[in-house]
Every structure is written in structure tokens, then in C-alpha cells.
Design a protein around this ligand. Structure first.
Ligand code: GCV
Length: 688
């Protein structure tokens, strides 16, 4: 038996030589969940069942647990523990931790710390097994430091000074991730530059990977399918070409050599103009399997995205299902098909993607969006777990056990290969990490749900508020939780209620432009393709007499969605072109219900803002006023959405807007926010 007294700070020392503090000033807003809790430490003894090095990160965290002074660690857990843990308390002030993977020790330590900080008594024995094996953040970071749909500054990966100097933010980022169980990070944008795989960038990535390795995090890379050709090594990128296959095999060997914790590839192929196997008359399965073959010897996996749509099909919502279902059973065992929660694209509310469960012989993963591309960037508050839970908790009705999407995707189809869940990161080098001062709640919540998909949105919000506002009164935290919990439905109400979707301006996904018309643009990039407003009604007819997208859902969902009287009102205009006078469940007409929702959205934002105002003087003043300013902007923007959509649709409904409007439609049409895929709305972008 070996005895250790915890040594604190070792890991940070390792990096002292290679770190530069890229942000010398203190963070403006210290409200990340680990930044405000007291870290008072005491000496503890760690005893291990066999001679292993216990990471100083683990001993460091355990030394903050005030009711223990001895920890016995065993790594002899059975496979069912995965990278989870069991903790018992055989007697006073001693705990025993059983894990199978060493990362489980970090998670066990953070679990105890979280319970302590949240004021919850630990009830032993504790057994925690994560819902998903790979709990992944997908960064859409480009090699030039910009972030696609990123609203919190530039990339944390300071590519230009890597590999010699890594930003200190990377170490903190890894620690925050480990504290919530995130164990895999895709470093770069799915719109991948082939250069990600050149020698220079692999070396840079390896420095990041090394840091991550101390926190149990594996590195994945997004790859451009045409990389061997684009980098000049082959004449083709055909997945059945032997030279191409050999190139990928060598590349994986090189990556694995440089980064022992390299986990595999994420691929967006034949989507939005990117190259892919279809360019060579091959299938998605052919493409994915070529990469899978190269990764297989290293137990690596391919996450192959199902985000595909072409301009020609009659209904974009049907396309992923049409393209992927026929390929079921053809993917190699180490391929996971990664599917966005909804069939369009991260809208504030979508029906779930019918592809889930429709490929019983394929491992599938859900992709959620943490960055708020369609939910108000980093300007508007939108706590996203209620949206994610809607998808994760949806029953898919594909077999007798009626699994939910979370259940279906968290189970390993084959014992040897992992299950996964992915979230598109909202993190950048902004001083508060996520742009909006409260948006790190979404990062936290993604990790917690990936660890335990059955947690409720509300309980996660409470945890986050307790940790992040550790010094505040309980009533303050209750108010913050109340605000968070209202925020998603508020966004749906003032942006796109009742199943409306994609009413965004063409050049960005921030403000509304239901009228948008760009000559020559793809129809499925224009709002009118989705809302279909006319003198009869509003909404996309996806019933059996329309695009028949309902047929992609299993019974009884297909007929529930198909019937205008049974279709849930919150998805009415997703599945139906409903007449303006159609009576919804509240007894109101569709038009009146629409007005009611837009108005409710305005009122919700005003209410959240008023609740926030009551916190003045009770929390840090700078944080308070930062959020207050964001709410000022959010109130104006909610009004803009309300007026733009209702005034525009009123031209077709020809009915009054009971609550009235403030702006003039023609003036709104003439206004354009200057923004693109790489810039964020800022709270001062428009003078009113
Ligand atoms: C990374 C949408 C976004 C794109 C994004 C794409 C995807 O189209 O607007 O910015 O590209 O989804 O998920 O691949």
C-alpha cells in the first residue's frame, strides 16, 4: 500500500514554463461555477490499492471536502462503472472511492465538492455512472482564431503562439470541463480547413492535447473530407482509392503518436458546399468507413454528421432521414451518426429529428447547440436545458420499450464502442468566457446533462446558481433560477411561437426578416420557404397532403402530428398550414393565439428584467449592471421581433393586433444589422 499526502498545485506548475497569460487583467465577471466557491483546503491522506499516481487535481479537490481526512482509492471497478465511480464511507472521516478509469477519480472528487458547495448532505453509498461515454464539446473554431457562430470573442486556442506557448485559459477551461464531466473536445470547426491536418497544426494541437490529458479529456479533430487532395498528397479524395485510404491510415498514426489522447474525427461531408464521398459517387457510409478503418486499431471513432440538405428537395426537414435511413447497417462499428436535435437547424423550438431510432443498426448521437446562434447570440438570455430536455425526453415510438432519444443514444449498441452526445460550444476568450454573463449556465448544464440525462433543467439551474452565486442569499439564487427557467419559453414566444421557424435575416441569425427576399438565393435559405404565409393561413404543410414529413415519425406520432386537431399547438405551424381562423386548444383563433404568444414573450422579458432589478445591491454591482444592460437590449429586440413578425403576417391575416405595435413595417424592412457568421450582435448595435 502507498500513502500520499496531497500536493496541491502540481499541475499548474507543470505548465508554468509554457504558459503566457494572454489576458492580464482580472476577469470582469467572476461568475463561473468554480470561481466563487471557497476553496479552503486541509491535509488528507490518500491510500491506493495498488501503486498508482493519483493526479494532484484529485487530491487538490478532495482536500476541500471538510468531512474527510483519509481516502482509500481502488481502480478495480468493473466495466459497468465506465468512467463513473462508487463512494462509500466505511467510518467517520474516511471515504473509499472505487473507479475503473482514472478520470473517474476526478469526477468523484468534483461530485463530493459539488454536494458540499450546494449544501447537500452526501448520502453514502454513492454510485454514479455517466449516461454517455463521450461527453463532447464541438468547437466551431477556425485556424485564424475566429469562431463560426461564436459570440464570446476569439478562440481559446491561440494557434499563432502554439505549440510553444499555450494560453493559461486552456488550463482553466480543461478544469471547468472536468468538473462537469466533459471528456472529449473537438478543437476545430466542422467547416474544416484541410490545414488542420498539416504537421504544423498537429504540433499545435498536441500542446492542447497534453494539457487536456491531465483532465481526462480526449481530443478530436474536425476533418475536411478532401484533405489528402487539398494538401497535395493525392489526386483524389475518393474513399475507395487505395492511396487515399493509406494517407488516412498514416495520418491517424501520426495523430496518435503526437496525441496519445487523440480520439477520432468529426466530419461534415456533402453539406453546405463541403466535399464528401458523394462527389465520387460513393455513399456517406463509404466515406465514414474509410476513416473508421484508419481509426479502428487505436479504438478511435468517427462522428459522421447527418446535417445534410440540398436545394432541390421539397422539404428540407425530410432530407437527413431520406439520405441516411437507407444506409442503416452499412456503417462500420466505430462510426457514430451525429444528428442535430431537430430536423432543420437548432431553431428555438423544433419537432425532434425523425432520424432518431430510424436506424436501429447504427449508433446515433444527439448534437445540441450551446452557442446561441438562433436564440439571441450572447445578447439575449436563453437558458437552453428546457429545449434540450424536450428533445432528449422525446419518446420515439420505434420499439416496444418506447425509449426516449436520451435512452436510445446513451446505450452502446456494441459493447466495444462508445455512446456519445455533442454540444456546439459557446466558449471564447471573452473575459466572462461565454459572452452573456449568465450564458455559462448553458455550458455547465450541457456537461451535467451529458453526465446524467435524467437531471431536470430546474435542478441544474439551482446547482449552477448556488455555485456561481455562492456568496449570495438563497433568495437571490431563487430569483436567478426563476429568471433562467422563464428564459427559453420567452425566446420562443417573441421570436417564433407555435412551431414557426427560420424567420431570421439572411446575413445573420439574430434579428427577424420574415419578408426577406434575396434575388438568386436558395429558397430553403429564405424565411418564406418556412412560414408560407398567404391569405389562407400560416405554416409549413408537412401532413400527408403536404410534404408528408409526418410519415417519417413512428405511429402514433405520425397521425398525432398529421391531424390539425391533435397536433400540439406548440408545433402547429411546423406541421400545418393552419387557417388564420383555425381554433386552437385555448379556444382562440390561430391569429389571436399568435398575437397572444408574441405579447406573452414581451411580457416575459419585462418580467425577467424586473426580477433582475430586484437583485441590485445583493450581488456584484458590475455583474448586475452588465446583465441589466443585456436585458435592456433584449427588451428592445423582443419588441422588434414582435412588431416585425406580427406586422408582416398581418398583411395576410388582415386582422387587428390586439396589443398594438410600436414600429413601422417599412422602416423595419429598411433596417439592416451589419453582421455576418463570424460577428456577434452586441448590446449596442442599433440606436432606437
Ligand atoms: C458550422 C448552420 C449554421 C452554420 C453551421 C452549420 C452546421 O447552417 O448556420 O454556421 O456551420 O449549421 O451545423 O454545419
Amino acid at each position: 500500500m502507498m500513502k500520499y499526502i496531497s500536493r496541491i498545485g502540481f499541475v499548474l506548475c507543470i505548465f508554468t514554463a509554457m504558459l503566457s497569460c494572454s489576458k492580464p487583467e482580472p476577469y470582469k465577471v467572476d461568475n463561473l461555477w468554480l470561481q466563487n466557491v471557497s476553496q479552503s483546503k486541509h491535509e488528507i491522506y490518500i491510500i491506493t490499492s495498488r501503486p498508482i499516481n493519483v493526479s494532484p487535481i484529485v487530491s487538490d479537490i478532495l482536500s476541500t471536502i471538510d468531512y474527510i481526512d483519509t481516502v482509500y482509492i481502488s481502480l478495480d471497478g468493473d466495466v459497468s462503472l465506465r468512467d463513473g465511480f462508487e463512494i462509500t464511507m466505511p467510518h467517520q472521516r474516511r471515504i473509499d472511492i472505487l473507479v475503473r478509469a482514472s478520470a473517474g477519480l476526478i469526477y468523484a472528487a468534483f461530485h463530493l465538492q459539488r454536494l458540499q458547495y450546494c449544501g447537500c448532505e452526501a448520502t453514502f453509498p454513492i454510485r454514479e455512472v455517466p449516461s454517455f461515454d463521450l461527453r463532447m464539446l464541438n468547437h466551431w473554431d477556425n485556424l485564424d482564431g475566429t469562431i463560426e457562430r461564436g459570440y464570446a470573442g476569439h478562440s481559446l486556442w491561440n494557434w499563432s503562439s502554439l505549440p510553444d506557448t499555450a494560453s493559461s485559459l486552456i488550463v482553466q477551461y480543461a478544469l471547468f470541463n472536468a468538473s462537469i464531466g466533459i471528456n472529449a473536445v473537438v478543437l476545430n470547426n466542422v467547416n474544416a480547413a484541410p490545414e488542420m491536418l498539416d504537421k504544423e497544426h498537429i504540433e499545435k494541437a498536441a500542446t492542447i492535447a497534453k494539457i487536456f490529458s491531465y483532465y481526462g479529456i480526449r481530443v478530436f479533430l474536425s476533418v475536411n473530407f478532401a484533405s489528402p487532395k487539398a494538401l497535395g498528397f493525392t489526386k483524389t479524395a475518393d474513399p475507395l482509392n487505395n492511396e487515399v485510404r493509406a494517407w488516412w491510415r498514416d495520418k491517424v498514426a501520426e495523430l496518435k503518436e503526437a496525441m496519445p489522447n487523440f480520439g477520432g474525427f468529426l466530419v461534415k461531408a456533402n453539406s453546405e458546399g463541403l466535399p464528401g464521398p458523394l462527389d465520387y459517387g460513393r455513399s456517406h457510409a463509404d466515406g465514414a468507413n474509410m476513416l473508421a478503418e484508419a481509426l479502428e486499431p487505436y479504438r478511435g471513432v468517427v462522428l459522421w454528421r447527418a446535417f445534410v440538405y440540398s436545394p432541390t428537395d421539397a422539404d428540407r426537414a425530410k432530407q437527413a432521414y431520406q439520405e441516411f435511413v437507407p444506409l442503416d447497417g452499412q456503417f462500420a462499428d466505430n462510426v457514430i451518426v451525429q444528428i442535430k436535435n431537430g430536423p432543420i437547424d437548432f431553431q428555438p423550438r423544433e419537432a425532434f429529428s425523425p432520424l432518431f431510432g430510424a436506424m436501429p443498426n447504427t449508433q446515433q448521437a444527439v448534437e445540441l447547440q450551446i452557442t446561441q446562434e438562433y436564440t439571441g447570440h450572447a445578447v439575449q438570455l436563453c437558458y437552453l436545458p428546457p429545449m434540450w430536455k424536450e428533445a432528449l425526453d422525446s419518446k420515439i415510438y420505434r420499439n416496444d420499450t418506447l425509449p426516449t432519444i436520451a435512452e436510445l443514444t446513451s446505450v452502446r449498441r456494441l459493447r466495444k464502442w462508445p455512446s456519445a452526445i455533442a454540444g456546439v460550444a459557446n466558449i471564447g476568450d471573452d473575459r466572462n468566457w461565454c459572452g452573456h454573463p449568465l450564458a455559462n449556465a448553458n455550458w455547465y448544464a450541457f456537461g451535467r446533462l451529458a453526465w446524467n440525462a435524467s437531471l431536470s433543467s430546474d435542478s441544474i439551474a439551482k446547482e449552477w446558481a448556488t455555485l456561481s452565486f455562492a456568496k449570495a442569499e438563497p433568495a437571490v439564487r431563487d430569483t436567478i433560477v426563476s429568471i433562467l427557467m422563464q428564459s427559453r419559453e420567452a425566446v420562443v414566444d417573441y421570436m417564433m411561437p407555435m412551431g414557426l421557424h427560420h424567420l431570421f435575416a439572411f446575413g445573420h441569425h439574430y434579428g427577424p426578416e420574415p419578408w426577406c427576399d434575396v434575388p438568386g438565393a436558395r429558397e430553403d435559405w429564405l424565411p418564406r420557404y418556412y412560414h408560407r404565409a398567404d391569405s389562407i393561413g400560416l405554416g409549413f404543410d408537412r401532413t400527408t397532403t403536404g410534404s408528408n414529413a409526418v410519415a417519417q415519425y413512428a405511429a402514433p406520432l405520425d397521425s398525432i402530428y398529421n391531424d390539425i386537431n391533435t397536433c400540439p399547438d406548440e408545433l402547429l405551424l411546423w406541421f400545418h398550414h393552419a387557417p388564420w381562423s383555425h381554433k386552437v386548444k385555448s379556444g382562440r383563433t390561430m391569429w389571436d393565439e399568435l398575437c397572444y404568444h408574441y405579447d406573452r414573450g414581451l411580457k416575459s422579458v419585462a418580467r425577467m428584467h424586473n426580477e433582475w432589478k430586484t437583485l441590485r445591491g445583493k450581488i456584484d454591482e458590475q455583474l448586475w449592471s452588465d446583465v441589466d444592460e443585456h436585458f435592456n437590449r433584449q427588451e428592445l429586440d423582443a419588441r422588434w421581433w414582435h412588431d416585425a413578425c406580427l406586422l408582416y403576417f398581418q398583411q395576410f391575416s388582415r386582422q387587428p393586433i390586439p396589443q398594438g405595435t410600436r414600429y413601422n413595417l417599412d422602416k423595419m424592412k429598411a433596417f439592416h444589422i451589419r453582421m455576418d457568421n463570424y460577428t456577434s450582435a452586441t448590446i449596442g448595435y442599433r440606436e432606437d
